[in-house]
Design a protein around this ligand. Structure first.
Ligand code: FAD
Ligand code: NAP
Ligand code: SF4
Length: 677
């Protein structure tokens, strides 16, 4: 049964003149870290092939630098490197000759992590390690030649085309934007001059590869930079690219250094596609849009609004390689949705770790982690239906084991039922929907409202027991900890106890930050409404001032509470948050006047408030509520009891280790155990 009637636009082919795309979904470019890993190209080939079999129409590879000054040292300039890339293109085309694969040429310019880095002017980016060397005329000509040579090698390696990235603060975009291009020669000054480099690169590439090779240019359609590109400049560049024979323009929405979140879970779905739509109405060639499009209906709606011709999904393809086929077959409820957490993908890229996915630990490990049918089915009991128990139960059952899942509460999800209540974490609902469906599909016997105990498990004669019982919140030993004004994070998030107007949050880990978000918040969640999001981050989608943000003041609604988020450590508060999302979390709280204090020693709680020493200074926080977010302890008693009865038992998730626990580790550990049990 196909579902083309439900997503008629998503599943319509796109004619590019000399070639055709079979549908409107492309897998956007992501650097995975496999590029540099031993045996990485074979692993990349398998990773791509699973997405090809999963139904995507086109793939853009992770960025490949055209020369040493442009990237991480991954390039394509020798015969043996071309050969490595052939291993990807041949496998992809072998799996489905109708799927196109294009190589992204990424010259990082001033963001390249090398002292050799270059730029139009010697201006160091706020987020770069090095000050770039200013290019002279010969240097500019060399860069242009290197782009063209790189494209030729991509063609020799069997790619169907290339995507040139002209956005994000990388080389080409630094020529385009005034504040990074201070040149007074023919490559700087007027916009005609600033766009010359982009155009010369495109001309050289087109001349080198001929007309049959797909040429995509990624433009910064709203760079979220104060003093960024004006709408008239974007239009002028896009028209020039079209005239120069670019086949597709891909729209991008920020520079890496922009102080606006553009892909995190706090960003509404499809938030930026109206910008692509405006550009599309001025052009005749197809446009790609992207950012937070994670489900087929969202993509179909974007196409129906006329905002784009093609939908780029990058992270959603990590989360579920079969997304497109599931949409086609009417199995949307089986899609493992990308929740835009960045925890296992972008945070890893920026931490120089290999990429995977929080909700799908197989991503980028397709050759290493496989869920093969068991030849020895076992009767397995799983205790706890949090992320760890859910992941274990579904995979073990899928492999053919007979699984019974015990959950003490009346719903599956564990702490995700708390997380999903935090404004900006609405996507966590999707993970619970996915697991709910997987439990049914794989025939897991789910016993809600059932607190498992050791004797019962023994009686039921399970072969093995998996304890995924999670954690208990830590209760610091402190005078006055039982005072009525002290509230646990559970009671605060579940609104089981009233929260006053003056609040101290004890503990500034992930949960402390989320509690601060929840209780400082008022009105509609920005993650569910583009207008609120634009207002909170100071974006003007209608008038499109320079960069979309120049001269626009952010405006946030607040609950009006006076909130202090505190920790004992003297490190900056929020240091442990996600690399690519923590800054936005901190900025959002600061805009709601949440104070952050480190170096706190807690003394006691009484009617006056919370007595502390802050960096040694006696300090009284006159608060009416103290919310305890002081970490968690593993819930292991059941494991000890079960083991004492001689039942083989395993520990996973928070029950195994509460320190530095997150859902990424819980799901990963559970999936690995389920793969081998
Ligand atoms: P839990 O989720 O704690 O689940 C344990 C389950 O076991 C519970 O449902 C419990 O009822 C059940 N149980 C216990 N004992 C028994 C018994 N005897 N019988 C039957 N059932 C039992 N992590 C991230 O990675 N990213 C985030 O953005 C994120 N945000 C969060 C926001 C909040 C507000 C909170 C509270 C947590 C957040 N986390 C986040 C942490 C994440 O939710 C946990 O790491 C994860 O839930 C741990 O999974 P688990 O399965 O080990 O345990
Ligand atoms: P956490 O991140 O370990 O933070 C615990 C906090 O409590 C720290 O600020 C710690 O800092 C403080 N603390 C520890 N022991 C204390 C004590 N005895 N008395 C007072 N304060 C104490 O844990 P969490 O916030 O409970 O979160 C649990 C897990 O969920 C985390 O590991 C986190 O990764 C995950 N999570 C992730 C996200 C996310 O957005 N990625 C969001 C929520 C939760 P000091 O010791 O300096 O005081
Ligand atoms: Fe999406 Fe998070 Fe997976 Fe990255 S790690 S692909 S953001 S779900």
């Amino acid at each position: 049964m196909t579902n083309h009637h439900r997503y008629p636009l998503l599943f319509s082919p796109l004619d590019l003149g000399r070639t055709q795309l079979k549908n409107r979904v492309l897998m956007g470019s992501m650097h995975t870290g496999l590029e540099e890993a031993p045996g990485g190209f074979e692993r990349l080939a398998r990773y791509f092939v699973e997405r090809v079999r999963g139904g995507v129409g086109m793939i853009i590879t992770g960025g490949i630098a055209p020369n040493a000054e442009g990237g991480h040292g991954v390039d394509i300039s020798h015969e043996d490197e071309i050969q490595q890339h052939r291993c990807i293109t041949s496998v992809v085309h072998g799996a489905d000759p109708d799927v196109k694969i294009c190589m992204q040429i990424l010259h990082m310019g001033p963001l390249a992590p090398t002292s050799l880095c270059v730029a139009p002017s010697a201006i160091k980016s706020r987020i770069a390690r090095h000050t770039p060397r200013e290019l002279d005329e010969a240097g500019i000509q060399k860069q242009i030649r290197n782009f063209a040579d790189c494209a030729v090698m991509a063609q020799q390696a069997g790619y169907d085309g290339v995507e040139i990235i002209g956005s994000a603060g990388y080389l080409i975009s630094t020529f385009l934007v005034q504040r990074t291009n201070l040149r007074t020669d023919a490559w700087g000054g007027s916009f005609d001059n600033r766009m010359r480099f982009a155009m010369e690169v495109v001309k050289a590439v087109r001349a080198a590869v001929g007309l049959d090779f797909i040429l995509i240019f990624r433009i910064s359609a709203m760079d979220m930079l104060d003093g960024g590109l004006a709408w008239s400049e974007i239009l002028q560049l896009a028209h020039a690219l079209e005239a120069e024979g670019v086949n597709i323009i891909s729209t991008h929405f920020c520079w890496h250094e922009a102080p606006v979140p553009t892909i995190a879970t706090r960003v509404p779905r499809a938030a930026f596609t109206s910008v692509t739509g405006r550009l599309r109405r001025a052009l005749t060639i197809p446009l790609i849009t992207s950012n937070r499009i994670n489900m087929p209906q969202v993509a179909e709606d974007v196409l129906a609004r006329g905002d784009a011709d093609l939908i780029s999904m990058a992270r959603p393809m990590l989360a579920d390689p079969e997304l497109v086929n599931k949409a086609r077959d009417g199995r949307e409820d089986e899609i493992n949705t990308c929740i835009a957490c960045n925890q296992a993908c972008l945070d890893h890229t920026f931490g120089r770790e290999q990429v995977s996915c929080l909700v799908n630990p197989r991503a980028c490990r397709e050759t290493l982690l496989n869920y093969v049918q068991t030849i020895k089915p076992k009767r397995l009991a799983v205790v706890g239906a949090g992320p760890a128990g859910l992941a274990f139960a579904t995979i073990a059952a899928q492999r053919g084991h007979k699984v019974t899942l015990f959950e003490a509460s009346d719903e599956i999800g564990g702490q995700f039922n708390l997380a999903k209540r935090i404004p900006g974490k609405e996507e966590f609902h999707e993970t619970l929907r996915y697991f709910g469906r997987m439990l049914t599909l794989n025939g897991v016997d789910v016993r809600l409202n059932t607190r498992a105990d050791a004797a019962q498990l023994k009686l039921q004669q399970f072969d093995e027991v998996v304890i995924a019982a999670g954690i208990v919140p830590r209760q610091p030993a402190l005078e006055g900890i039982n005072h009525p004004k002290v509230v646990s994070y559970l009671d605060a998030i579940l609104a089981r106890k009233p929260i006053g107007q003056r609040v101290a949050i004890m503990g500034a880990g992930g949960i402390g930050f989320d509690v601060a978000e929840l209780i400082s918040h008022a009105g509609t969640s920005a993650a569910t409404d583009v207008k609120v999001f634009a207002r909170e981050w100071g974006i003007d989608f209608i008038n499109h001032p320079r960069g979309g943000v120049t001269g626009v003041q952010p405006h946030v609604e607040t609950s009006g509470r006076s909130i202090t988020l505190m920790q004992r450590k003297t490190d900056p508060v929020g240091k442990g948050l996600g690399k690519t999302t923590g800054w936005a979390h901190k900025m959002a709280l600061a805009r709601r006047n949440v104070r952050m204090v480190n170096g706190v020693e807690y003394l006691k709680v009484d009617d006056q408030g919370l007595h502390t020493r802050v960096h040694g200074e006696p300090t009284l926080f006159e608060v009416d509520t103290v919310i305890v977010c002081a970490g968690q302890l593993p819930l292991r008693t059941l494991f000890d009891e079960v083991s004492a009865l001689g039942l083989p038992a395993h520990l996973i998730g928070g029950a195994f280790e509460a320190k530095e626990l997150d859902a990424k580790r819980a799901i990963d550990q559970a999936s690995r155990l389920a793969a081998e049990i």
